[in-house]
Design a protein around this ligand. Structure first.
Ligand code: HSE
Length: 445
């Protein structure tokens, strides 16, 4: 397929223009084209190199996108665009395999730099792709892959060289945070809030990736590597989603001074690197608890800066496109840093800390038969394992007739996951509880 000159060019510079091919013209791809158009004058002033989109690829050429794409050379096959006469291939197709992987591999192996927003691709193949980029002396940019418009990749890779990091954690999925926020504020069901998130375009094509925690896990895998200089291991992440969080949990959390957030947490412990994604109770007064709706936030615990929190839009076309454009501009300026901060050969293998060794406080909601000895038996099972209770709450709503089982909520002081699991198995065996317990980890500030 032939190429024609594009009218989308930025700057008047002595350097050769950077020729860009963009594959995937969905919400983000279209927004990247809009931003490059909109920022043309400012980019020209600041960076002095033309950025020229020379070709595009998408499933449908005639789809209405609010843009004239007839001015770009059209490629039905993204891999063909990747191999064309371009300097930089922008992959906004999505998915860990298939077309996206083939096209990115083709681009890198033919000596093109790549910018991608594809967290699943990086979590699965990031090490191999980074190695390929290093071998070919090209760049691999993925700022848009984590937390949409927040420059968290650049911060971890470039801004904290004087620090040793101990923990990085955050709200990395706008859909889940939107759902949990709306459930709390408007007392709506999980299903109603999910439908609204999909309508607003926050959710992935398959929303089970959002609510099941996989999307957060993909992003966390990338952050862990950058934070701790380790190889990515997406299978070393413990994952729980939000589908079992009920209004009862959200309201109990609120009464006890907490809020529930889906967090991705990577932490250096004496047992190795702990990586976990799960609904988490955070103190209502904490910075992370204030983050509502589709907003994302990432907190970095580091020895020199102590604590750094970045928050901003985690999803949406323009916000994500802002990060894509930042990578494009870095590449136009000649940046060729190792994608994960260190050459791939220098990244350490990830030593995984077992979740059973996780140490922290826990929220437990039990459905308890209201009879003598029930509370004492539960307390005893905790005490046998030296688990100390911070609070205990049993409540029947006013006017309610005596139900067969009542909700009992416990908050524990810090203990080990292994001990909590053992205590709850013993509580179940005692026969005082009607349903499997709800267990939510508490994250310290
Ligand atoms: N579905 C994702 C989210 C979009 O809700 O955060 C950005 O990765």
């Amino acid at each position: 397929m032939g190429q024609k000159a594009s009218p989308l060019s930025i700057g008047i510079a002595p350097m050769q223009p950077l020729r860009v091919g963009i594959a995937g013209l969905g919400t983000v791809g279209a927004a990247v084209l809009k931003l490059l158009d909109r920022q043309a004058a400012a980019l020209a002033l600041r960076y002095g190199r033309k950025i020229v989109v020379t070709g595009v690829s998408a499933k449908e050429s005639r789809k209405e996108r609010g843009l004239d794409v007839s001015r770009f050379a059209w490629f039905d096959d993204p891999a063909e665009l990747a191999a064309a006469d371009i300097d930089l291939f922008v992959e906004l197709i999505g998915g860990a395999a298939g077309t996206a992987l083939t096209a990115v591999e083709r681009a890198l192996s033919t000596g093109k730099s790549v910018v991608t927003a594809n967290k699943a691709l990086l979590a699965r193949h990031g090490m191999r792709l980074a190695e390929l980029a290093e071998t070919k002396g090209v760049a691999l940019g993925f700022e848009a892959s984590v937390a949409g418009g927040i420059p968290i990749i650049k911060t971890l890779r470039e801004a904290l060289p004087g620090n040793s990091l101990s923990r990085v954690y955050g709200i990395l999925n706008g859909t889940c945070n939107y759902i949990l926020s709306r459930m709390e504020i408007e007392h709506l069901s999980f299903a109603e809030c999910l439908a609204e998130a999909q309508r607003l375009g926050y959710a992935e094509a398959d929303p089970s990736f959002d609510i099941g925690g996989e999307d957060t896990a993909h992003k966390l895998a990338i952050l862990t590597s950058l934070a701790f200089g380790t190889r990515i291991d997406p299978d070393a992440i413990a994952i729980e989603g939000i589908k079992d969080i009920s209004l009862a949990d959200i309201e109990a959390a609120s009464e006890l001074g907490y809020r529930i957030k889906l967090l991705g947490v990577a932490e250096r412990t004496s047992a190795g690197i702990e990586q976990r994604v799960h609904p988490t109770m955070v103190p209502r007064s904490s910075a992370i608890a204030q983050v509502m709706g589709v907003t994302n936030a990432v907190t970095i615990d580091a020895d020199a800066v102590h604590e750094l929190t970045l928050s901003g839009p985690g999803a949406g076309g323009l916000a994500t496109a802002s990060s894509v454009v930042a990578d494009i501009v870095d590449i136009a300026k000649g940046a060729r840093l190792p994608p994960f901060g260190l050459p791939v050969a220098a990244l350490a293998p990830l030593e995984q800390a077992p979740l059973q060794m996780h140490e922290g406080g826990y929220y437990i909601r039990l459905s308890v038969y209201d009879r003598p000895g029930a509370a004492a038996a539960i307390a005893m099972r905790m005490a046998e394992r030296s688990i100390s209770l911070e609070s205990i709450m049993q409540r029947r709503r006013p006017g309610e007739r005596k139900p067969a089982a009542v909700p009992v909520v416990l908050i524990t002081h810090a203990t080990y996951e292994k001990l909590i699991r053992e205590a709850l198995a013993a509580v179940m065996a005692d026969g005082f509880v009607a349903e499997p317990p709800q267990l939510i980890r508490i994250e310290r500030e």
